[in-house]
Design a protein around this ligand. Structure first.
Ligand SMILES: [Zn+2]
Ligand SMILES: [Zn+2]
Length: 342
C-alpha cells in the first residue's frame, strides 16, 4: 500500500510503497482507515519547523493520528471487537511493561509511543493498533466527523483543567480545530464563549457556524479590540491554543482576578509574562495535554450525541492521494479541518 511517511529530518513528506499490515499480533487489530485528519502537529512535522526532533529515531514513519475506521483483521484475544465494526482510535499506545502499566494505571505510563508519531499511523489504507485503543462507534456516524475525536479529547482535557462551569465567560485564543473543539465543548457545558484568531478569517467563520458567541480577528483590529470584545466584565477562564508566546500576556490581560489561564498550545519558545501582575491578580496558569482514557470515553459519547453539529468543523475532504495538497492548504490556513479519505 502507499503510505505518507516522514523519512528525513528536513522539509517534506514522501509517498512510499510499504507492505500492508497482515496478521496482527495478540491483542491487536488491523483497522481499515475511513478518514484521517491533518493536524497542526502533522504540518509542523511536514515543515520540520522545530519541536518534533524526538521523531528522528522512528523514521521512516507513516503519519496520521486523528482517525476513524473499520476493524479489518482481528488478532488473538481482542475482546468484543468484530470485523467491520466502526471504531475511533486512541493514538497514544502505552508500553504495557512499566510498573504503572502492569498495575493497570495506563494513564500514568511514561513510555508511550504515539500512532502516527513514533509508530505507523493512518495516512495509509490500513494501520495496526492495539485492540484496547479502539472505541466502537454506532453505525451511521460520519467517519470524517469521528476523526475529530482526538482534537475533541484535547479540548475536553483543557476544559477539565480549567474547571469551566455553566455561566463562565470563556475566551479561547486560536480558532484551529482544538480551539473550535474547546469552544463547542464549553458551549455544551453552558459557558459563554468568545474566540480570537490572528489572520484567521476562514477558521473564525467556522467558529461562528458552530455557535460561538463572539469572534475577533486581531490582525488589523483597532487597538483595544480585545477589551471591547469583553464588554464590562473580564473573562473567568482563558484557554490558549495558539502556541504563540505573545498570546499568553494578551490573554492574562483580560483575565479576572483569581481567573484560570490554561496553556494548551505547543510553544516552541519560552513564554514570558508580567510576574508581578500575575501575583497581584492571583492568576492561575495551568498546562494541559493528552487526554485520559476516561476523557476519551466521554468524547466518544459527545461525538455520538452531537455529530451533526460538529460536522461544520470538517471543511475539506480529500482523497488520500491528494494528501500533500491538503498539507499545503493547512499551511496556508485554507478552511478548517482537512480530512483525508483513503
Ligand atoms: Zn492532532
Ligand atoms: Zn507503561
Amino acid at each position: 500500500m502507499q503510505a505518507l511517511q516522514k523519512i528525513t529530518a528536513a522539509f517534506g513528506l514522501e509517498w512510499r510503497d510499504v507492505p500492508e499490515p497482515e496478521q496482527p499480533g495478540a491483542q491487536e487489530v488491523i483497522v481499515a482507515v475511513s478518514a484521517a485528519g491533518i493536524c497542526g502537529s502533522d504540518v509542523h512535522i511536514y515543515d520540520w519547523s522545530g519541536g518534533y526532533e524526538f521523531l528522528r529515531g522512528a523514521f521512516p514513519v507513516t503519519l496520521g493520528h486523528e482517525f476513524a475506521g473499520r476493524v479489518a483483521i482481528l488478532g488473538a484475544d481482542v475482546g468484543s471487537l468484530s470485523v467491520g465494526e466502526p471504531v475511533v482510535v486512541i493514538p497514544s499506545v502505552e508500553c504495557g511493561v512499566c510498573k504503572h502499566c502492569v498495575a493497570g494505571r495506563l494513564d500514568d505510563c511514561r513510555d508511550r509511543r504515539g500512532i502516527g508519531m513514533l509508530r505507523d499511523g493512518a495516512f495509509a489504507t490500513h494501520v495496526r493498533v492495539p485492540a484496547r485503543n479502539c472505541l466502537p462507534l454506532p453505525a451511521g456516524i460520519d467517519a470524517a466527523v469521528a476523526s475529530l475525536a482526538e482534537p475533541l479529547s484535547i479540548g475536553l482535557s483543557a476544559l477539565k483543567t480549567a474547571q469551566v462551569k455553566a455561566g463562565d465567560r470563556v475566551l479561547v485564543m486560536g480558532p484551529g480545530t482544538i480551539g473550535q473543539a474547546i469552544a463547542m465543548l464549553a458551549k455544551a457545558q453552558g459557558a459563554q464563549v468568545a474566540i480570537v484568531g490572528h489572520n484567521d478569517a476562514e477558521r473564525l467563520a467556522t467558529a461562528r457556524t458552530l455557535g460561538v458567541d463572539a469572534t475577533l480577528d486581531i490582525e488589523g483590529a483597532p487597538e483595544g479590540a480585545m477589551r471591547a470584545l469583553l464588554g464590562d466584565r473580564e473573562y473567568d477562564v482563558v484557554i490558549e491554543a495558539t502556541g504563540a508566546s505573545a498570546a499568553v500576556q494578551a490573554g492574562l490581560d483580560v483575565l479576572r482576578p483569581s481567573g484560570v489561564f490554561v496553556v494548551c498550545g505547543i510553544h516552541g519558545k519560552p513564554i514570558s509574562f508580567d510576574g508581578a501582575k500575575l501575583v497581584r491578580m492571583r492568576h492561575q496558569i495551568r498546562g494541559t495535554y493528552r487526554a485520559s482514557r476516561e476523557t476519551w470515553h466521554e468524547v466518544r459519547d459527545f461525538l455520538v450525541a452531537h455529530h451533526a453539529s460538529l460536522a461544520p468543523m470538517v471543511t475539506h475532504r480529500l482523497p488520500l492521494a491528494q494528501a500533500l495538497e491538503g498539507f499545503e492548504m493547512a499551511r496556508r490556513k485554507i478552511g478548517s479541518k482537512i480530512v483525508l479519505v483513503p
